[in-house]
Design a protein around this ligand. Structure first.
Ligand code: GAP
Length: 448
């Protein structure tokens, strides 16, 4: 149940099992910065790969891009970020703590109850200097969204990809925002990864595409196993729209901190291409050869956070089950997201078992991310695999040496069956792909 899943439980599991660590931990940590450990890095890659597959590989109308993080400073003048990408900041007159004015529930300092000063605009972009001289002319910014790299490459992509509109350009990459109040684990950080797609369409067809992408994006999360009851769509009020948006709807997830934004789908109209045309002096309009019309395309933008998605998938997969008087914690990830697909667990570290277990590992690891673990009791090893969400555990025992069969255990049903080693790979492949196969009735009946 979502109510019993606290952020503390998620943070603790992430640390314990190697999903996410505090950045620079041995130096006391760096606020709001997090590192993905050996298990977390696989999960995050799986989330990004699933997005790329659905948004780029499986579509004829979307292509990919990978732009640099630092861009010409005029990009941010044109995009409106220097002028408008700010949050209202207030400072406490007593303790000097700083707060985001629009996140405060009362007009007294949440830390000490002191009086707050006037709100002022605080720009969220990180500044740095390019080259060896620290002067105004050398100021560059770390991008606060990946989107601008796509807009400024629009013409390059259209002329080289030989694609017509509607055309999407997708990018996954780091973005940086000097958030006034980061927090809630990886939910709001100052360095994070975005998965963004700018879908360029003919003006007039924008509202239809906006509806299309809103549904498509909601369904993406559901298709990866997220419980639809933990997802909802929330249309922005006019006064919360970003400076570039004509309309925006958020996909929200029921995090332990309450319903919060997971992804935004915005109708950016022709704001960005018009602005870049104006500032760069380059005509960024599009000529439609079929209708002989020239226009500046409108843009529908589904913009998701990779880190926030990972957090939501973690929360959604988190399950506690009472089994024989003990609590089993298991992450019920969709197979395509599971960081480790199969764990090879010889019954014990024994010189007779090791060669066979190693041989099976060598074979399976060519097809799946496979873990090999022969330490501790089998019970503890199962517990670890459950907590990192491994769909299948394979045990090699002394009978295996005689009959060339192994035991495979299903994470969710806890069913165990024995099957010949030569059938193992295709069985796991079929199971991970969600296909049913001849032994399904055995799985249904058996329970560890
Ligand atoms: N290009 C549009 C854009 O950047 P946004 O709503 O500001 O829109 C899109 O950001 C997504 O990026 C958010 O829905 C969220 O998932 C993620 N995101 C934004 N700021 C973040 C932060 N400080 N920490 C983690 N993720 C963030």
């Amino acid at each position: 149940m979502a109510e019993t899943i606290t952020m503390e439980k998620i943070v603790s599991l992430c640390k314990r099992r190697g999903f996410i660590f505090q950045s620079s931990e041995i130096y006391g940590g760096l606020g709001s910065c997090w590192d993905y450990g050996p298990i977390g890095v696989e999960l995050k890659r799986n989330v990004k790969n699933a997005w790329w597959k659905a948004m780029v590989e499986q579509r004829a109308d979307v292509v990919g891009l990978d732009c640099s993080i630092m861009m010409h400073p005029d990009v941010w003048k044109a995009s409106g970020h220097i002028e408008s990408f700010s949050d209202p900041l207030v400072e406490c007159k007593s303790c000097n703590q700083r707060w985001r004015a629009d996140h405060l529930e009362s007009d007294k300092c949440p830390a000490c109850g002191g009086e707050l000063g006037e709100a002022r605009k605080f720009n969220l972009m990180f500044k740095t200097f390019m080259g060896p001289v620290e002067e105004d002319a050398a100021v560059v910014y770390l991008r606060p969204e990946t989107a601008q790299g796509i807009f400024v490459n629009f013409e390059n992509v259209v002329t080289t990809s030989r694609k017509r509109l509607p055309l999407g350009i997708a990018q996954i990459g780091k973005s940086f925002r000097n958030e006034i109040t980061p927090g809630n684990f990886t939910f709001r950080t100052r360095e994070f990864e975005q998965m963004e797609m700018e879908f360029f369409v003919k003006p007039g067809s924008d509202e239809e595409w906006y509806d299309y992408w809103s549904k498509e994006r909601f369904n993406w999360y559901v298709g990866l196993g997220m419980n639809p009851e933990n997802l909802r769509m929330r249309e922005h009020e006019k006064d919360e729209l970003a400076h570039y948006a004509k309309a925006c709807v958020d996909v929200e997830y029921r995090f332990p901190i309450g319903w919060s934004e997971l992804e935004g789908i915005a109708n950016r109209a022709d704001y960005d291409l018009q602005q870049h045309s104006k500032w760069s002096g380059k005509d960024l309009s599009y000529f439609d050869g079929q209708t002989n019309e020239r226009f500046t395309p409108y843009v529908i933008e589904p913009s998701a956070g990779a880190d926030r998605s990972v957090l939501a998938f973690l929360v959604d997969a988190y399950t506690e089950e009472e089994i024989e008087g003990a609590t089993r914690v298991v992450l019920k990830f969709h197979p395509s997201l599971a960081p480790v697909k199969v764990a090879l667990l010889p019954l014990s570290r024994n010189e007779k078992l090791t060669p066979m277990a190693r041989e099976i590992f060598e074979k399976l690891s060519k097809s799946f991310v496979t873990d090999y673990d022969d330490t501790q009791s089998i019970g503890r090893r199962y517990r670890r695999q459950d907590e990192i969400g491994t769909p299948y555990c394979v045990t090699v025992d002394f009978d295996s040496l005689e009959d060339h069969q192994v035991t495979i255990r299903d994470r969710d049903s806890l069913a165990q069956i024995r099957l010949p080693v030569e059938n193992l790979e295709e069985t796991i492949k079929a199971k991970l792909a969600g296909e049913s196969f001849g032994t399904d009735s055995l799985w249904a009946g058996a329970r560890a």
